[in-house]
Design a protein around this ligand. Sequence first.
Ligand code: PLP
Length: 223
Amino acid sequence: MFVKQNIIEFKKTLPKEITLVAVSKTKPISDIQEAYDTGHRIFGENKVQEMVQKYKVLPKDIEWHMIGHLQRNKVKYMAEFVNLIHGVDSLKTLKEINKQAKHHDRIINCLLQVRIAQEETKFGLTHNEIEEILNSEEFKNFENIRITGLMGMASFTSDKEQVTHEFQSLKDFFNKLNNNKFFNFQLSTLSMGMSGDYQIAIANGSNMIRVGSKIFGERNYIS
Ligand SMILES: *Cc1c(COP(=O)(O)O)cnc(C)c1O
């Protein structure tokens, strides 16, 4: 009952235009089912194997989002069903996603991850690297992927100004790409904000938040 009440109450506080990815990593099937039973359909995982196991036993109308750092050799396991891959951070990974999507005769939606945090440990591309990818001939020939937006993770800090600044920089870059007549596509999704900073993210232009512990409770980490 805990998850059910949490997700219902949490969604009531969100503006309607915000898409909630309920991050269920490390949490049992029963928790996801509880959230599902309230009508929620979008769930995020950060490990491919775990997502595949959950996909197999849960209802097939769930939209599965891969939010974690991606290892290229794992793409094939989720290519059949994954709905959105948030953390794409190289042309090589895009190439592999395109190949596996083609194999399953699908188009896979991807977000490019932008490095906005100061922390060395956080993944992501620089603005230049993203423009390089989007301009590359190789990218233009990928027929089985669609870049639908950008994703970013702010620094893990209590300094709200810094977090605000990082989210703003991502929103500015998102607008810049959308105003660039050079690219013949529009980005619609800006994935930023987690349990600790989603309010700041929304205030700064996020339209997709990835929230785990606020819905499912704290995680007991081994990984
Ligand atoms: C775990 C995770 C989240 C959710 O974190 P919470 O703090 O539990 O909301 C969001 N995004 C990514 C990339 C994650 O790995």
